[in-house]
Write a protein that binds this ligand. Structure first.
Ligand SMILES: [Zn+2]
Length: 198
């Protein structure tokens, strides 16, 4: 195998969240020991996910169907909508299993520095959803307790007030600067129970 082939793989791996050059090198050197048991199945799994995963057209979760399994699930409460920053936050909520309503995934927070605007985040989609679904009576804003998360939360609250839902915010037993994905399930459940009105 030509060396640059390995370097190319390590460079790609080092761009993954949680990886740097050192951990990418370790991962690649581990994988090459198991080409048939690990590398080829991994390559196949990556190909399948790359080809089949899509954004849910309703909530922007990811799934292999155009409408995700949560939006499909008729047993979930259609009167409560929880707004989260990312798919990983949604999954953290699902692991905590304390929320049985529907979601909206923002895909980021407002940031003047990073150039993320209400338009680029398509925040109007939340208003559109409230307009199309007057059965939504409560919106829980579960953005993270960072400056950008709070700024985004206030923007959304102002935008959706005219639609009249009760708006609440996850209680911040969640530490300042905390991200949902790193919380244990108990903390997330408690934050839901203690949620406060805006
Ligand atoms: Zn969905």
């Amino acid at each position: 195998m030509k060396r640059h082939v390995l370097e190319n793989l390590m460079t790609m791996m080092s761009k993954l969240p949680g990886f740097g050059p050192k951990s990418a090198r370790r991962a690649v050197l581990h994988m090459v020991k198991f080409p048939h048991q690990l590398m080829l199945p991994l390559a196949e799994a990556l190909k399948i996910v790359a080809e089949e995963v899509k954004l849910c057209s309703i909530c922007q979760n990811i799934d292999v169907t155009p409408i995700c399994s949560i939006c499909h699930d008729q047993s979930r409460d259609p009167t409560i909508l929880c707004v989260v920053e990312s798919v990983s936050d949604l999954w953290a909520m699902e692991r905590a299993a304390s929320f049985k309503g529907r979601y909206h995934v923002l895909g980021g927070t407002l940031s003047a520095i990073e150039g993320r605007t209400p338009e680029s985040l398509q925040l109007y989609k939340i208003a559109e959803r409230l307009e199309a679904h007057p059965e939504i009576k409560e919106v829980i804003i579960a953005t993270n307790a960072t400056l950008e998360g709070e700024t985004t939360a206030y923007y959304i609250v102002d935008m959706i007030r005219p639609y009249g839902p009760h708006v609440s915010h996850l209680a911040h037993g969640i530490p300042i600067g905390g991200e949902l994905d790193y919380m244990d399930e108990g903390t997330i459940s408690l934050a839901f129970k203690m949620r406060q009105g805006f």
